[in-house]
Ligand binder design. Structure first.
Ligand code: SF4
Ligand code: MSK
Length: 668
């Protein structure tokens, strides 16, 4: 295979901690995704979506004079089928995660999982309402919490394979959106059915009309966004608590040389919440001290990290491309993984160190890793066993510890419930102040910046660039997944950053409400929280009556996973304009590229585009926001109107010595 020239660490990442450790990997001759990406030239035919291997007459590569596969499939059919398969896998992954959480709730309610219980009864009542589960008995008395929880879990599980009707959660969307779905026959019948239907269509000799295939892709993805993912979020909140702001820190500098370091990585909160509890156990901390450590330090990578960060304030060690780098510090005793986004490369890096790589999901084994299968019935016992193994590794460190001294504070935990509360208080919770700020023009619009890192894109470069541009332009940014971790590492998720970077209008709002200009809303499945925020904004009034009316854009500038494709598709089907960075996976078919942009916009109001230029992403996103503002009859964005409030002078005042500050404020 031809070998590409490798990038320098500075060309591979913008993150100082990552740069240091990529350099170390090169010095030690240890492979990571960064140098593997340099050494593997992507197949240009596959990259454009033009390679089909859906049957044994292929693979058929539609390139040059070859315009049809052996079966006669066209480029549009092949590209659309490939995209549909990615969307189906992404939807399956999120949704199966949601199903597992539903079974944990069922086990907890029935007494089979004694370490779990209902931690947020308010959310349980709310979800019971959505799922038509009665909360009072025939005499009007409130039913026991565990009975409600059991019925909620069973109703949720029922949504995956419901026999008749359509998903119950669709009614959480604005009425206008529900009507669009109804008229277009896009309402998912059940979560599993739409995934199976979409996969079925991509079998040889089945659906061979790109537009028709892509229509089912919208329906399948809606089953993820308004089904599997939304249930995963809600049921996790019921079991582990609905997030509210906490303080924490982000980047590899959260590892501690003098402590037993355990990294939780993957996506599900079920085991990691137990590990949080075990890591605080005084007995286990004493055991760690008996091995020469100062205690136990728990940190996270990827979306398991986001789950335990949002609820428990557990520090973020890094995002997707930092999983191997964490082990390279030589300080990680154990990496505990569950499902999704776990690179097989972590096993070979762990082999070079004393790190114990532990797989825990029934669905995931990695050759070379220790498998300790998680069982909800013995949750705490297993979590303690895992923590004890980590402690036993502490005296076995075999290489120099190199923890980059890089970390930034953050305030995560912005569930839609908390935003509602922050804007209106407990009794008058409301999105009205947010809508008003957009209507007035203090906030120009909203960008949801989500998604992964991609080893073919300079790590965090696009996330950081676009987020900074948006907040400077008075656009409120909400984030999930690895994009959120990128911002956390930059310090964008502190209210102080609003003083420094945000445009004058956004700064006024951040100062008044006491929020950062970039809000961390959770893990990849928690993009459902963003759907809920958009729905509430649309029904609050002043910004139209549908998600498509709101001056908002969805971005995934460094995406790589099939889940990101499903997220993008359900956002489009919900009416949003979505821009994804990097290479267009259907670039080989102009027809499919047009269908997912203009075609979907005509059909559902949202459009999907792939752009690899950061400035163009920002330009088109701002243009879309301004177009939506104009359509709503809102005043043109004018930053010169804002920023002269008293609070806006805070940075200037804080820079003064105390005496002068008192004089400036009080004139004495
Ligand atoms: Fe080739 Fe058609 Fe088979 Fe695909 S389905 S591999 S295009 S023959
Ligand atoms: S972990 S899906 S790399 S966001 Fe959710 Fe990060 Fe993307 Fe995985």
């Amino acid at each position: 295979m031809a070998k590409k020239k490798g990038r320098t660490p500075e060309e591979a990442s913008v993150d100082r901690a990552a740069i240091e450790l990529i350099g170390l990997a090169c010095d030690l001759g240890i492979d990571t995704s960064f140098n593997r990406a340099d050494n593997i030239i992507p197949c240009p035919i596959g990259a454009d979506g033009l390679c089909c291997k859906n049957c044994a007459m292929g693979p058929c590569r539609l390139v040059g004079k070859v315009t049809r596969g052996v079966c006669g499939a066209t480029a549009a059919t092949v590209a659309a089928r490939n995209l549909c398969r990615g969307i189906a896998v992404g939807a399956a992954s999120h949704s199966d995660h949601g199903r597992d959480i539903a079974y944990t709730l069922l086990d907890a309610a029935e007494g089979h999982a004694p370490d779990y219980g209902v931690r947020d009864p308010y959310k349980l009542m709310e979800v019971a309402g959505y799922l038509d589960v009665p909360t009072v008995d025939e005499d009007g008395e409130r039913r026991p919490i565990n009975d409600i929880a059991r019925d909620v879990a069973l109703a949720a599980i029922g949504e995956f394979g419901r026999a008749r009707g359509t998903l119950l959660y669709l009614k959480r969307a604005p009425e206008k959106r529900q009507k669009i779905w109804r008229e277009l026959k896009l309402e998912p019948r059940s979560i599993d059915r739409e995934i199976v239907d979409l996969l079925h269509r991509t079998h040889i000799g089945n659906d061979q009309d790109a537009e028709h295939l892509l229509h089912q892709a919208l329906r399948c993805a809606l089953g993820d966004g308004w089904g599997g993912s939304m249930l995963a979020t809600d049921l996790s909140d019921i079991l582990f608590g609905t997030p509210a702001p906490v303080q924490s820190q982000a980047n590899l500098g959260v590892l501690r040389e003098d402590m037993v370091n355990i990294v939780v990585h993957g996506h599900e909160p079920t085991l990691s919440e137990m590990i949080v509890a075990a890591s605080l156990d005084p007995e286990l901390n004493e055991y760690a001290k008996s091995k020469g450590a100062a205690g136990i330090n728990l940190v996270g990578i990827c979306c398991t990290a986001n789950e335990v960060l949002m609820r428990q304030g557990i520090p973020l060690a890094g995002n997707f491309l930092q999983q191997e780098l964490a082990i390279l510090t030589g300080a990680v005793e154990e990496m505990v993984v569950d499902v999704q986004c776990i690179m097989q490369g972590v096993a070979s890096v762990a082999d070079e160190f004393h790190t114990d790589l532990v797989t825990t999901s029934k669905k995931v084994k990695i050759t070379g890793a220790t498998h300790i299968e998680f069982d909800e019935e013995r949750a705490m016992e297993i979590a303690r066993e895992i923590v004890k193994r980590a402690i036993d590794r502490f005296p076995e460190r075999k290489r120099e510890v190199r923890i980059p001294d890089v970390r930034n504070p953050l305030v995560p935990g912005f569930s839609h419930e908390y935003i509602d509360y922050a804007l209106g208080g407990f009794y008058r919770g409301s999105f009205r102040p947010l809508n008003d700020a957009i209507v007035a023009g203090r906030i120009r619009g909203v960008v949801a910046n989500i998604g992964c890192n991609n080893a073919r894109i300079k790590h965090d470069s696009l996330h950081n660039y676009v987020v900074e541009q948006f907040i400077k332009n008075d656009v409120l940014v909400v984030e999930t997944g690895c994009g959120a971790i990128a911002s956390a590492k930059m310090g964008y998720m502190t209210p102080e950053k609003a003083f420094e970077l945000a445009g004058p209008g956004l700064r006024e709002v951040c100062e008044t409400v006491g929020i950062p200009p970039v809000l961390h809303m959770g893990s990849c499945v928690d993009n459902s929280r963003i759907l809920t925020v958009l729905s509430q904004m649309a029904t609050e009034g002043g910004l139209g009556d549908d998600i498509a009316d709101i001056p908002a854009v969805g971005l995934a500038p460094e995406w790589m996973s099939e889940k990101a494709l499903s997220i993008a598709t359900y956002c489009v089907a919900s009416g949003a304009y979505v821009i994804m960075g990097g290479h267009n996976p259907v670039a080989g078919s102009e027809e499919v590229t047009r269908l997912i942009a203009d075609g979907w916009e005509e059909k559902v109001g949202g459009r999907l585009e792939f752009l690899d230029d950061a400035d163009e992403i920002v330009r088109r996103a701002l243009a879309h926001i301004d177009k939506k503002r104009a359509a709503l009859g809102l005043p043109e964005y004018d930053p010169s109107k804002w920023g002269r409030s008293g609070d806006g002078r805070m940075p200037e005042l804080l820079a003064l010595p105390l005496e002068e500050r008192i004089e400036a404020v009080y004139g004495m």
